[in-house]
Design a protein around this ligand. Structure first.
Ligand SMILES: [Zn+2]
Length: 276
């Protein structure tokens, strides 16, 4: 993937090293995490046992790698701003970029306390994508998905949630989720997640056209989408799969929707709510 030395977004808030969880009791913290965990990040709670995990259990990351991931993240964010800036402009409006908040271990958000063990997530209330760069190592070690394109896919997916928020999809679905039972709410969550994957694919479509994604990168990103499928995560965490509890979609679905965005570059191809 071609990202070194390219334009970086300025919509980045760096809280690394400054952030800490103001936690007293792990019990209370656990409850907050579960709530925030619902915010459509790549949820690793099944693997890491989020409610009880402590920041100390985080995978350490070497500083040279961290510097590279910092640059990569800013470049990918800038590319998503180009992609979505164009899309909104074509539809007579303006794209308001999300802020990428980099943090270490834990941080306060408008959606509650964020913790690295939850994986990256988007908070609609403050329009920020929260990312602990050590997630790269989590992906590599716990999910077997590694490489710059895999990491870029994750960022593009979170920005996809921001786009859903700007388009009014996110608030609408959250409202609908409050009016249905848990299984139906989960099914709506899956549709949101798959759409964010499709939106990530739209970033990838642009990146291919700009020769940013090179041979092998596409496969790497698709493999990352596969790795964060609910069936894969559940199988890995508990040894069996409960489809009714899926909140992000199966590996097959995540790959399919990512590819749909990738092949078409067309938002109209990302209507997961109309699809079966
Ligand atoms: Zn998501």
């Amino acid at each position: 993937m071609r990202w070194q030395g390219r334009r970086q977004s300025t919509n980045v808030e760096d809280r690394r090293g400054k952030s800490r969880i103001g936690g007293k009791s792990t019990g209370i913290l656990g409850i907050i995490i579960v709530l925030v965990g619902a915010y459509y990040g790549v949820d690793l709670s099944g693997i890491t046992g989020a409610p009880t995990v402590s920041p100390a259990q985080q995978t350490p990351i070497d500083s040279q790698l961290e510097a590279q991931l910092n640059e990569l993240s800013r470049v990918v964010l800038a590319d998503t701003e180009t992609v979505w800036g164009n899309y909104f402009a074509q539809h007579g409006s303006q794209y308001t970029p999300a802020t990428l908040t980099l943090y270490t271990a834990g941080t306060q958000t408008a959606c509650g306390t964020g913790q690295a063990a939850m994986g990256p997530f988007y908070c609609p209330a403050d329009r920020k994508v929260y990312l602990d760069l050590s997630f790269y190592e989590d992906m590599r070690q716990k999910l077997g998905a590694s490489g710059d394109a895999a990491f870029a896919y994750v960022i593009a997916h979170e920005v996809g949630h921001h786009v859903q928020n700007l388009l009014g999809i996110l608030p609408q679905v959250h409202q609908a989720q409050r009016e249905v039972n848990q299984t139906q709410a989960n099914a709506l969550s899956v549709k949101l997640e798959l759409q964010a994957d499709c939106f990530a694919g739209i970033w990838a479509h642009y990146a291919v056209n700009q020769n940013i994604l090179e041979t092998g990168d596409i496969e790497e990103a698709v493999r990352a989408a596969e790795a964060v499928g609910d069936d894969h995560l559940q199988q890995q965490a508990q040894g069996y799969v409960v489809p009714d509890s899926f909140t992000h979609g199966s590996s097959e679905q995540r790959m399919t929707w990512f590819r749909r965005g990738l092949n078409s570059g067309d938002v109209n191809q990302c209507n997961t709510f109309a699809a079966n």
